[in-house]
Design a protein around this ligand. Structure first.
Ligand code: BEZ
Length: 213
């Protein structure tokens, strides 16, 4: 199934390391990140899960629930956690879905047969509090993801949701942002009383809302 930006993401029931869940119910009113990794007890995946555990407070601060998935069974997730703690300094502190029957993997199109018939690729789905897909990305097994980048995207998405601004290329926290084209100059005067810089009528740059610039 292809899941596109703006679609309500499919709901499912699954077994996780923190007990059974209904995905939508588990998300509640939070943002969510659902990510798959190919296999337990593999090198790149070990580093990724350690990084997500290290960054968990950053996801929490943004009201984002994180959940991982692989086709490995529940007992393998538990055994692997010790290796992750030993080698990465952080044990998984978020639920991991056990999907040996590939129900969720198929629902979210996480198995790309020309890469592997058996294992999931590195998929990421960022879901908003409205349960709609805000971002998806797919990496091959050989490339570990940059979870700082995923936090950066979430910061951008949350700014858009709260302030009707978009973020330019290579934006990072505190950098100038762009007033979205659907906001008229008249409406912008109310939203951005400190003013903005018009580089082109369609390119209006404003300090990031919430910063003291
Ligand atoms: C890894 O995590 O290192 C990995 C997993 C599956 C295939 C190749 C690499």
């Amino acid at each position: 199934m292809t899941i596109r930006i703006g679609d309500v993401v499919p709901d499912f029931e699954a077994q996780t390391t923190e007990g059974p869940i209904h995905f939508h119910e588990w998300l509640g009113t939070s943002w969510g990140v659902l990510f798959s990794h190919p296999r337990n007890f593999t090198p790149v995946c070990t580093t990724e899960l350690g990084q997500v555990a290290r960054l968990k407070p950053e996801f929490d601060r943004r009201n984002v629930k994180v959940i991982g998935l692989s086709v490995d069974p529940l007992d393998a997730h538990a055994k692997w956690a010790d290796d992750i703690a030993e080698t990465q300094g952080y044990a998984p502190n978020f639920p991991l879905i056990a999907d040996p029957e590939r129900k969720v993997s198929d629902l979210y199109d996480m198995i790309h047969p020309n890469a592997s018939d058996t294992f999931t690729v590195r998929s990421v789905f960022v879901v908003g509090p409205d349960k709609k897909l805000k971002l998806s990305l797919t990496y091959p097994a050989s490339t570990g993801r940059n979870f700082d980048e995923i936090l950066r995207v979430i910061d951008s998405l949350q700014l858009t949701a709260q302030h009707q601004v978009a973020t330019p290329a290579n934006w990072t926290q505190g950098g100038d942002v762009i007033i979205v084209p659907s906001v008229s100059d008249e409406a912008a005067k109310e939203k951005f009383p400190g003013g903005w810089t018009t580089l082109k009528p369609y390119l209006r740059v404003v300090p990031q809302p919430g910063t003291n610039k």
